[in-house]
Design a binder for this molecule. Structure first.
Ligand code: LLP
Length: 417
């Protein structure tokens, strides 16, 4: 994936120096092999247990990434009609799509029902009522799993912990049975499963197993109420190593889930919605050092990528490794805050990084394949960066850099004299 040769950092067999010189910076670079290897790790860990791997499109929705995954046979987890259209555009199979999200609009439901998605993960009674009505209007039945909120603590950043009662997600466990009974009586709804997603960047098996236990109890209650389900959607959330985290590996994670479901003695297929653990480590953000400057307390490396290009450090105080792509260092290294061009003090990519760098050097922010480009914005009227996909010794620009004109393309100037 990313490796060093003669100190220089490569993406597969392509020197990142070459991409920085030819495509410019800032720029996202993804490794095809890295993405495919992780998807396959999921698939093979399931062995013959019936399963659906529905890649969470929100993590990285570049069409080329979706296309690679579709070609491997992946399904997709979407949260908007925009993501649905991306999946279809990339050649993904509509029947492999699960639709999550707390605020599905009627038009989004209509489109998803028309193309025939696999399942709606319903997050409230009000949504259930709307979905039932839209499906009836179209003369179809909507396949539904109710997303329950199992109230487990995923021990992750509060902004990305979704399985607690404080969060807006899902239907509370103690209201779930009643919701299913209501759904069972609705002509526009066909119940197929039970869903949950407890958070992201989760680093131990405990919260996952805790959630599975609670979901299996619900499945038992449903069976007793004569509401059979055929699949469990356990969401995404497996963490990756940004610094010194030690998450379970994909095989350990999947085997743990399969075993827990197996022990229940129920024949349930398992759906997973992994995002970060498939693409996160397969991407970097390249950024060039514009200036070095120091004051009495700090050394700053002012780089050409900012919080508008990579929001995670500013928004979550997330730590992502920052390295020089030409390597070297040792004795020359100094401690820098790596900061961007955006006019906000919080525009920081990393603090207190030991780097041996000069003006003009290119740095790579590691672990930027997930929730990187997709969370970028045009703040400070900065065109969003290009995305590059590497495959062996070749690379392709899979999204070009935006132009300045595109920044105001959708705008108009009324009342001008
Ligand atoms: N399924 C659902 C319903 C989700 O809400 C999410 C992520 C996933 C699957 C995929 O989770 P993953 O496997 O990627 O952990 N922007 C944040 C992460 C937000 C995650 C939101 N939901 C970050 O940069 O850390």
């Amino acid at each position: 994936m990313f490796n060093r040769r003669d100190q220089k950092l490569y993406a597969e067999d392509v020197p990142l120096e070459l991409i920085a010189a030819e495509v410019g910076t800032p720029c996202y670079v993804y490794s095809r092999a890295g993405i495919e290897q992780r998807w396959r790790a999921y698939d093979s860990a399931f062995a013959d247990h019936p399963h659906h791997i529905c890649y969470a499109v929100k993590a990285n929705s570049n069409l080329s990434v979706l296309r690679l995954l579709a070609q491997l046979g992946s399904g997709f987890d979407i949260v908007s009609v925009g993501e649905l259209e991306r999946v279809l555009r990339a050649g993904g199979d509509a029947h492999s799509v699960v639709f999550s999200g707390v605020a599905k609009r009627a038009d989004e439901m209509r489109r998803a029902l028309t193309v025939g998605i696999r399942c709606f993960d319903v997050e409230s009674l009000a949504e259930l009522a709307r979905l039932g009505a839209v499906a009836e209007e179209l003369g179809v039945q909507a396949p539904v799993a109710i997303r329950v909120n199992p109230d487990v603590d995923a021990a992750t950043h509060p902004y990305i912990a979704t399985g607690l009662t404080e969060a807006k997600f899902g239907i509370a466990m103690n209201q779930a049975l009643a919701a299913y009974m209501q759904a069972a009586g609705m002509p526009g709804i066909s119940i197929t499963g039970v869903a949950s997603h407890i958070g992201s960047q989760i680093l131990s098996m405990d919260p996952f197993l805790d959630a599975v236990g609670r979901l299996l109890e619900l499945v038992g209650d449903l069976a007793a109420a004569d509401i059979p389900v055929t699949h469990l959607d356990l969401g995404g959330g497996l963490g990756i190593r940004y610094r010194d985290e030690l998450p379970p590996d994909i095989n350990e994670y999947v085997s743990g889930l399969v075993e827990a479901v197996g022990q229940s003695g129920r024949r349930l297929s398992i759906t997973l919605e992994p995002g970060r653990s498939i693409v996160g480590e397969a991407g970097v953000l390249l950024t060039r050092v514009e200036y070095l400057k120091s004051n009495a307390r700090k050394n700053f490396a002012v780089v050409d990528a900012g919080m508008n290009d990579l929001l995670r450090p500013a928004l979550y105080d997330a730590w992502q490794d920052i390295v020089s792509i030409r390597g070297g260092g040792g004795a020359d290294a100094r401690c820098y805050d790596v900061v961007g061009p955006v006019c906000e003090t919080g525009d920081i990519l990393g603090t207190e990084r030991l780097l041996a760098i000069e003006q003009g050097d290119v740095l790579a922010v590691m672990g930027a394949g997930a929730y990187g480009w997709v969370m970028s914005s045009n703040y400070n009227s900065r065109p969003r960066p290009p995305e590059v996909l590497v495959d062996g010794d070749r690379y392709v620009v899979v999204r070009r850099r935006e132009t300045i004109e595109e920044l105001w393309g959708p705008e108009s100037m009324p009342w001008s004299k």
